[in-house]
Design a protein around this ligand. Sequence first.
Ligand SMILES: Cc1cc2nc3c(=O)[nH]c(=O)nc-3n(C[C@H](O)[C@H](O)[C@H](O)COP(=O)(O)OP(=O)(O)OC[C@H]3O[C@@H](n4cnc5c(N)ncnc54)[C@H](O)[C@@H]3O)c2cc1C
Length: 421
Amino acid sequence: MASADTGAPYDVAIAGGGFTGRALALALASLAPKGFGIALVDAEKPHAGPPPNGAPPKQDARALALSAATKNLLSVLGVWPALEGGAQPINSIEITDSPLHAELRPHFLGFEDVLNADEPGAYLVEYGPLYRALEDAVAQSGAIDIFAPDTVADYAADAFSVTAKLASGGALTARLLVAADGRNSKLRERAGIKCVSWSYPQVGIVTTVAHTRPHHGRAVQHFLPAGPFAMLPLTGNRSSIVWTEEKERGAEIMALDEAGFIAELARRFGAKLGELKLAGPRQSFPLALQIARAFIADRLALIGDAAHVVHPLAGQGLNIGMRDVAALAEVIVEDTRLGLDVGSPVGLERYQRWRRFDSAFSAAVMDGLNRLFSNDAAPLRVLRDLGLGLVDRAPAVKRFLVREAAGITGSVPRLLMGERL
Ligand SMILES: Cc1cc2nc3c(=O)[nH]c(=O)nc-3n(C[C@H](O)[C@H](O)[C@H](O)COP(=O)(O)OP(=O)(O)OC[C@H]3O[C@@H](n4cnc5c(N)ncnc54)[C@H](O)[C@@H]3O)c2cc1C
């Protein structure tokens, strides 16, 4: 761990060592010109290194659906080889909203989730391995000064630099401070940036199940009146569950003993994949939509959940955050090569133009889908099933949707296309 107040000012200081903060640190370390100074401050105790020195890895029941674009970014950063063995390709997606008691659950919309013969549109990766792969790569990079466990408690910007005050008492000076400090971002609050936000009356229950029959890489999204129930394929005969429930009912389900919890789960999961058993902890997450009204302030840029939080129904939250990482890295690297100040308003404006509308649009789409489907009104059910049925018969629309979810449409930062800058 580095100590504050000792060295020359950094070019970029990053507050938050979650997925997005670490990915940005790595992108800058491997792509910015030699000598570019990077500091990473994280509240978490470092786990990197073999036991007994390394602390136990961070526990989180989530698995993440990573788009092909996020995979491209992780490949350029050299992280993907560490993940590949445990990454389950999603080969197809089925969407249904049939009632739970239906004997058969016909799908209303089915996709082959492939971009071309050997490129799936998305992969499922478990939280722990993804966190560890990024943490190890940052620790081994040699070009990133890590301050952990510590937090940025406050900051102050002037015309030339920004000073981040650490909770431990030290301070760091940089040209640009990046807030990658998650949905309750302290830095966003200190910058006076307000959010458009609302909480959903739902929670997301997450767990892992083992089943006796293979899933063949098929992801199933079952829209139920309380919210979507997703069965996402993991390696082996295992699936990750993201189960949206109305808040009170969610708390009751979380309080059930194991047999009761499995019984509720099995009712929704169906019998197609055989017998079920729990293969991981269960965890419940509050769900919200939140978009920062600005992604930048003086010498400050917001990325990841600090900038936007979306409903997890399409597994896009981190993928949108990785778009921020790739766009900000591209702006910073290009400006540095031109000898420009990386914290200047011109570069920051370019980043904000690139990312804010795209993020707000994605959040609105997730919100609309959640509202459209978390609803059992008969006329709405008929209309949406008709809509899904039409899309199901339109291969060109399906191809577009697959490319959209893979993150390779629109103004795509080069790192997401797998190009080095
Ligand atoms: C149920 C559920 C399922 C999901 N599934 C998917 C999915 O399938 N695919 C997908 O793309 N996304 C998914 N997401 C979204 C995804 O988990 C998040 O978007 C992602 O984890 C956010 O990463 P982050 O790095 O921006 O923030 P975080 O992971 O919140 O990291 C923030 C970091 O900052 C640190 N920190 C906080 N304050 C400070 C401070 N002041 N100074 C320094 N450090 C600080 C914290 O300790 C933490 O390490 C899901 C979310 C939920 C809830």
